[in-house]
Design a protein around this ligand. Structure first.
Ligand code: FAD
Length: 421
């Protein structure tokens, strides 16, 4: 227990002390807790929200409305990490959709690129998984760990250095306090941790919203991730899997466009939206007979200029948010987790002060350039495909054709997208 003092230095309360507190129990925060679960450190995870799903509720899925409309394309690297911490077998046991092909093409030209797992000598290109299924599996794993406390229904409101300056005092929304040696901010794009410690961000505003929903298509999805680039923005159709079906027809849609167009599409009737969507995908999956409720997310790219300080580290969307067109956001977050876990364990093994800035900087040095590289790549991609400029149109068509034909270039692209490089 750590003693908290008021401004006059009087002892006012005793706070529960943990080696590490993780603020935010989204996919990345839960994964961070899962990674640290057998490190020998005491860990608390806090979040104002409580993950409500039991894994059983996913097994009862029968209809389109039962799927979570938020999904992620997880790379083999993310799959391997989730496997190591025991969550992947639980996810796989419920449902995941491996995809073996990825078809990306351009609306106004003839540019197209096709990735195929056999051609690239990999078992699959990745898996589409519902976000709520990932968090439910991670929460199930954590429930079995003795040194991890999952404190839900309370969030971080304020932060102060401890009297000896070597740990942080955390004030929570329910009026309680905690203290810790290391506070990990995994609290998403609007990170309270980032705000309280005063880390600045660099922002790219896209003026784009992403519409997401689940659909049922006339033609089976063929375990293929489809993505068409239009000058108004990209539309992606990601395959879902429902056990027991002979052919698979459910897919998740991510359609990015300007806010006015997103509002218009959201206000349209389900049949009108289905017709617009089929047209946007050039009828590759035929007509769409069912469309779930549409959700809209404003998009922007954001990068913290600093990830660490003495006793503080940011991971996942708290450190960086990226346009969803490459399906990389949570994959980058899980790569952060893998790296920070490795850095902390190595310091522990060497008897170093594992929560000091000098040690945590090793994490920042590795992950910041990697995240920035992916973000700049996506920014370039988005600009090239969002332009009507004749030269850019010629370049992107030529670039796509070239990348499709030149095998080493194709391998390089796919290895980076799969988190292998
Ligand atoms: C439309 C769309 C499609 C996407 N598709 C993909 C994809 O295919 N592949 C991919 O890799 N990524 C994808 N992403 C990105 C991915 O969803 C995010 O990168 C990922 O969800 C970030 O996870 P996180 O845990 O860092 O943050 P979040 O999911 O935002 O979780 C943050 C958590 O912190 C909690 N919190 C907030 N404030 C506090 C507080 N004060 N105290 C304590 N807790 C707090 C919240 O309740 C929440 O649980 C997509 C994003 C969008 C918008």
């Amino acid at each position: 227990m750590a003693q908290i003092r008021d401004n006059a230095g009087m002892s006012t309360a005793h706070a529960q002390h943990y080696d590490i507190v993780i603020s935010g129990a989204g996919m990345v925060g839960l994964a961070m807790a899962g990674a640290l679960a057998d490190s020998g450190l005491s860990v608390a995870l806090i979040d104002p929200q409580t993950p409500q799903d039991s894994l059983q509720s996913f097994r009862d899925t029968r209809t389109l409305a039962d799927f979570d409309s938020r999904v992620s394309a997880l790379t083999p690297a993310s799959q391997a990490f989730l496997d190591r911490i025991g969550a992947w077998p639980l996810i796989e046991d419920v449902r995941v959709c491996p995809y073996y092909d990825m078809r990306v093409w351009e609306a106004d030209g003839t540019g197209a690129i096709h990735f195929n797992a056999d051609e690239l000598h990999v078992p699959c290109l990745g898996h589409i998984v519902e976000n709520r299924l990932v968090t439910a599996a991670l929460a199930t794993v954590l429930a079995t760990k003795d040194n991890t406390s999952f404190l839900t229904g309370k969030g971080l409101t304020d932060l102060e250095a401890g009297p000896e300056g070597d740990y942080r005092i955390l004030h929570l929304t329910d009026g309680t306090t905690l203290s810790c040696g290391l506070l990990i901010g995994a609290d998403g794009a609007r990170s309270k941790v980032r705000e309280l410690v005063g880390f600045r961000t660099r922002n790219w505003h896209y003026n784009h919203h992403a519409l997401v929903c689940t659909v049922n298509s006339e033609a089976p999805h063929q375990h293929t991730a489809w993505q068409r680039f239009m000058t108004t923005g990209p539309v992606a159709c990601l395959p879902l899997f429902l056990p027991g079906q002979e052919t698979q027809h459910y897919s998740s849609i991510v359609w990015s466009c300007e806010p006015a167009m997103a509002a218009e599409l959201q206000a349209a009737s389900a049949p009108t939206f289905a017709t617009r969507l089929a047209g946007a995908l050039e009828h590759r999956l035929g007509a769409f007979s069912q469309v779930s409720k549409l959700h809209s997310f404003p998009l922007h790219q954001q990068h913290a200029t600093q990830y660490v300080r003495n006793g503080i580290a940011l991971v996942g969307d708290a450190a960086h948010t990226i346009h969803p067109l490459a399906g990389q956001g949570v994959n980058l977050g899980l790569a952060d987790v893998t790296c920070l876990d490795r850095v902390i364990r190595a310091a522990l093994a060497r008897g170093e002060p594992w929560s000091c800035e000098q040690v945590l900087s090793r994490y920042q040095r590795e992950r910041k350039p990697a995240n920035l590289g992916m973000m700049l790549g996506m920014e370039g991609f988005k600009r090239a495909f969002g332009s009507n400029d004749l030269l850019l149109r010629w370049l992107r068509n030529t670039g796509l054709k070239l990348a499709d034909r030149v095998s080493p270039l194709k391998h390089e692209l796919v290895q980076r997208a799969m988190g292998i490089k």
